[in-house]
Design a protein around this ligand. Sequence first.
Ligand code: C2O
Ligand code: CU
Ligand code: CU
Length: 850
Amino acid sequence: MRRILSLAAICVATSSLFADQITLVADRDNTLYQSETGSLSNGLGSHLFVGRTAQEDALSRRRALVRFDLSSIPAGSVVTQVTLSLHCSRANQSGPTAVTLHRLLADWGEGASSASGQEGAGTDAETGDATWLHRFYTTQLWTTPGGDFAAAPSASTSVGGEGVYAWSSAQLVADAQAWIDGTAQNHGWLVLGDESEPATAKRWDSRQNESADRRPSLTIVYTARPAGGACCLPDGSCVSVDADACAALGGIHQGDGTECGLVECPVPMGACCLPDATCIETSASECAALGGTYQGDASMCMDIACPLVLEPFVDALPRPAVAAPIAGKAGGEAVYRIEVTQFEQELHRDLPPTTVWGYGGSYPGPTIEARRDAPVTVTWANELRGPDGRLLLEHYLPVDHCMHGPHTEGSTPRLVTHLHGGVVPFEFDGYPEFTILPGQETTYVYPNIQEAGTLWYHDHALGITRLNVYMGLAGFYLLRDDEEDALDLPSGEFEIPLAIQDRSFHPDGRLAYPEMWMEHFFGDVILVNGKVWPYLEVKRGAYRFRVLNGSGSRAYTLALSNGATFRQIGTDVGLLEAPVPLASLTLTPGERADIVIDFARYPAGTELVLLNSAPAPFPGPAGGGVVPNVMKFVVLDEPGHVAPLPSLLRPFEPIPEEEAIAERSFELRTFPEACAGSHWLINGLRWDDVTEVVRLDTTEIWSWVNRSGVTHPMHMHLVAFQILDRQNFVISAGQVVPAGERMPPAPNERGWKDTVQAPPSQITRVIARFVGFEGLFSYHCHILEHEDHEMMRQFRTVPRADLNLDGDVGAADLAILLGAWGQADPIADLDGDGIVGASDLAILLGAWTG
Ligand code: C2O
Ligand code: CU
Ligand code: CU
């Protein structure tokens, strides 16, 4: 708004720099008739006279007076040209004579006198008329009879016969200028003819003449000065406007008549962040000229940490190495030892090396290649040491002690690794309390009893997961099987995992993360596989990308810069039934998408950018908080994987809703809390409140009821689930009231999931078969800031025969079964044959633990 106003003001000032021209008709004229009485006049007559009549006596002089009103020319204007025109309607025969204009020095009048006939003799003056003796008949006299005027003529023109005559001169300009400037009073000019001899009279037409174009006229060319004066705008620039306009522009007016070129407007200064993260204090325009980012007026460098501006697409995309086993072979049954250490890694060409934590010496960690039914054993070791080689006692990042975990454990660098998406026994699941300290290790066995999928491993320590993952603790775990192999999907060099994460850096390369817990953390640069905005050279063919949103809070809506479609072939934990064409793909934290992008049709040299458009927080106003660049693909002139993608990938059978024996509902929202102010919780309960006890080999429906403004990616351990539907709700009298239809999941969500987007004001229902292992398993929001905030709880799995959910199978359960004998009771009908009987009793006794 301010900018528009100031532009308008400049336009006004600019247009007035052009010359203006105005033509005025006399506003007063009269003739002085020399006579015996000295009191003749001709105020309203049609004519004016100059020179002398044919009478030989000394009383034959005629002088004309003419005046023009210059008040329509703005004060301050500069006059450049003045032309007075008179029409001569009768001249004596005596040849051309000089007729001169003299500036009148005293005021005079035009009364109501009007001479008759040829008007050459005048008539008796009326009140207020100018006469030979009077300025104003009858009361005021000239000092000198015949008029008081400047002796030196202002202009002279030779007048012969009839016609229009013009007077123009520098002195006329000076006269008009003085009148406009108010340095002299405007009394007009006296027109003086040749008075040296008789019979020199000339008759002119007056302002009362019936021919308008014959009346005395004055043409003035002038340049108007901008009205008002200099106005200093807040940005230090200056415009010429009046005081009111200046105030409207937020400026300070320097007074009428002041000029922009002559006043010095104060230029505001502030801190300016230069691209190399140094800071100088200067003006906004100077800052822009240096390629810096101005931090605002009066900001100071001492208060500001300037970010390093990193150039995108200058580093090649790293491919995490395949983890090397200490026994067995990668891609099959194998034994690994993976140490978590602290080291420095280069995350961008122009960024000093960054201290990170990594599995197996790299960030992200090495990719574990696994095969269905071939168990993988990993010894996870906490080998975090400082530069001095000593085991770390303190976390590298500041730890907020309000969190559950740090509130008792302090800032110790605790670690525990979770295989996200894995069907894993309780003791190997990365239970958030089973953390190990530097110098400790723990051995987990992953049975891999599930279909192929894009799993990943990451840290899960209670209350500091966000910090440990931010430091770098994440890696891929690609589980494969024979069915997937048979599809001939792009593989080897054409299959690349992409871990997308956001980070912020200090200029010295250190990771930046807030000291106090924050609702969300959004980094200002995007890393893929541990490089800031990398590029990847691709051959002309199809690539399979295992895309992981490994960020703490940031969602991504990914699309190619040319708008081309790509295909999603798999979800979190398995292949889709068929490829789903997509123009964009949204992944919230923890989610994965298995996608295929085909570069075959692009000429060599084509560059495509993988762009992000998801607002942060998500959802949110379009564009809000978005970091648009993710990575760039550069097409090479080499053939790639050209085998077509199969149209059928893997059969998908929806779990029938009727199979569910329980439905549970979970409200997602914040609650007041003493230490941190408010707390993200599930059903208002916390980690230690275990209220969900699920019998193994049963099916349940879980509903995520999001009573907040952001999407929560809800993740369940142990199980893969299917999304049933989403439904809007409203809050009425404090209650959740569903509104509208249940909406089916998007085509690319119709597969096996372990993390689901639960959007605001919707009920998101998922259905899961709880198979696998007894124990305690986490379920939580995968926004790591929320997870650490106890938007993480746990469910307990018990044997199916544990009818009373007390953790063992014994006499009490037997009593329940016998009580339902012969009935269709779904709880006690352990084999699901529709009736409680001997076969169920046999199952219960077989599971007997006493
Ligand atoms: Cu990927 Cu329990 O988390
Ligand atoms: Cu998990
Ligand atoms: Cu959340």
